[in-house]
Structure formats: structure tokens, C-alpha cells
Design a protein around this ligand. Structure first.
Ligand code: G3P
Ligand code: CA
Length: 259
């Protein structure tokens, strides 16, 4: 049933708005996304911010690694105007809206989800957590404890060690094991101990579509990323995945509803 497939907005509605900004997440909610995906990184002064890359160079007008900067320094940067290389948006009132340009803290995103007025899935990815030896997960769980949300919250990572740390400290928080490719030991559909959800890339599924049935037989849900192309949406619907993570939640929802 395509209606049962959850549509999760990757970095917000990031096709339309600058990724990981409050504007991108608000747009995703307006577009009817069932859930929101974000990447989190720790600043030098211990705040979790929603930034994908190790450095701020691609998505802001600054330079440097997130881990070496304090939140106040990040807050001075413009995280929105890069999305409009022509510079037209930089002159429009919208681009001056701090929701389009300001670095987003995880705490602010949790407040948005908590005020959404409906249950919203939240999928939080820990980026390069090994560098911080547990601090990312610790801070994340502490924030989740402070903001009980109406919808499910999952922690995702390419690092099984990061997910095991989450499981040890908070066994009630479901985890998603992200995969670019299938290690031989996981080809059968099994996952590292205690991880309930498989998170294969769409490329992996194009190569190995039978993986979905195997993971389901092993008792796991399958959440696929990053699914923007209509032919990939169709493939995922045919395979019966449980969730699609996409940069264009409205278009994907509409396509699923037509299938
Ligand atoms: O949702 C998982 C996906 O976001 C992983 O890749 O590089 O976009 O964080 P990336
Ligand atoms: Ca991610």
C-alpha cells in the first residue's frame, strides 16, 4: 500500500529551500511530509546544529569546520543565500528572513516538531560521531529527554558503534543503520544487534532490489534515501519499502498517492 509509505523530508524540503534551515522544515510540514530528516554536528561549545558537511563552506558564506566554531560564530553566518547563485533572492525580503538564513540548532528543530500540531517522524543522523567519543549521542539524548515529541524519533548513522551507544543509553529510541553498500554479513537482511531499521541507499536497492524482502523477513523496516527520481519512487513502491527520504516531499507524496 503506497499510502502506508512514510515520506521523510531530507534536510527539510531542501529542493525548494536552503537545506537544514527552519524555512526548509516549515515548508516540508506544509507540503505534508510525514517526517523530517536532519544531520547533527557538535559545535566547539557543545551545541548540536543541523549541518551536513564537516565544514560550513558549501552552505554558508563562512569557512571552517563546525567543530571548531562556537554557536555564536555560526549564528553570524548566512546559511541561505548559497541556494540562489544568481543573487536575486539575496535582494528579496524572503532571503532576509532569519528562518531562511540562520543556522538551525537541533533544539529549535525539536520545538518546531513539538509545535507541529500533528505527529511528525523525526530522523536524526549523527555525523562523524567517533570523533567525539559519545558526546554527540549524549547531548542528543539529553535534548530528546527535554522535548517529548508526539511522533516517533529515530537516530540514524552509518556508524554501528554510534547506534550501539544510543541503544545502551536509551533502548527505547529506535535506530536506523545507514548503508551505501551491503557488507557480506548483512546480505541476508540481518542488521547489527538491536538495530530495528535498515537504511539502504537507493543505489543499493537498484543493484539489489531483493534486499527489501530479505530485511522484512528478518523483521526490519526499510527506510531508503535519497529518493527524488520518479522511477526510483516507483521502484520503492513496488518493493514495499516502509519510508522514503526525499528532498521533494510534496512531489513524492503526490506520486505515491497516484500509484
Ligand atoms: O538519510 C540518510 C542520508 O541523509 C544519508 O546521506 O549524506 O545525505 O547524510 P547524507
Ligand atoms: Ca543525512
Amino acid at each position: 500500500m503506497t499510502a502506508d509509505i512514510r515520506v521523510i523530508a531530507h534536510r527539510g524540503a531542501s529542493e525548494d529551500a536552503p537545506e537544514h534551515t527552519l524555512a526548509a522544515y516549515r515548508k516540508a510540514l506544509q507540503d505534508g511530509a510525514d517526517g523530517l530528516e536532519c544531520d547533527v554536528r557538535l559545535t566547539a561549545d557543545g551545541h548540536l546544529v543541523c549541518v551536513h558537511d564537516r565544514r560550513v563552506n558549501r552552505t554558508s558564506n563562512g569557512r571552517g569546520a563546525v567543530s571548531t566554531m562556537e554557536l555564536a560564530q555560526l549564528a553570524e553566518l548566512d546559511f541561505g543565500s548559497w541556494k540562489d547563485p544568481s543573487g536575486v533572492a539575496a535582494e528579496s525580503p524572503d532571503s532576509l528572513d532569519p528562518e531562511h538564513t540562520t543556522v538551525l540548532t537541533l533544539e529549535r528543530l525539536l520545538r518546531l516538531v513539538s509545535d507541529a500540531g500533528r505527529p511528525v517522524d523525526l530522523a536524526i543522523e549523527t555525523k562523524h560521531p567517533t570523533r567525539w567519543a559519545g558526546q554527540v549521542e549524549e547531548r542528543l539524548l539529553e535534548l530528546l529527554g527535554r522535548y517529548p515529541l508526539p511522533g516517533p524519533v529515530r537516530v540514524m548513522s552509518f556508524s554501528a558503534r554510534s547506534l550501539q551507544r544510543v541503544r545502551a543509553a536509551a533502548p527505547h529510541v529506535p535506530t536506523v543503520y545507514l548503508m551505501h553498500f551491503l557488507l557480506p554479513r548483512y546480505r541476508s537482511g540481518r542488521l547489527p544487534v538491536g538495530i530495528p531499521v535498515a537504511g539502504p541507499s537507493i543505489r543499493l536497492l537498484r543493484r539489489t532490489p531483493e534486499y527489501v524482502a530479505r530485511a522484512h523477513r528478518a523483521g526490519h523496516e526499510v527506510h531508503v534515501w535519497t529518493v527524488d527520481d520518479p522511477s526510483d519512487v516507483e521502484l520503492c513502491a513496488r518493493l514495499g519499502v516502509d519510508a522514503l527520504i526525499t528532498n521533494r516531499p510534496r512531489t513524492v507524496r503526490e506520486q505515491l498517492d497516484r500509484l
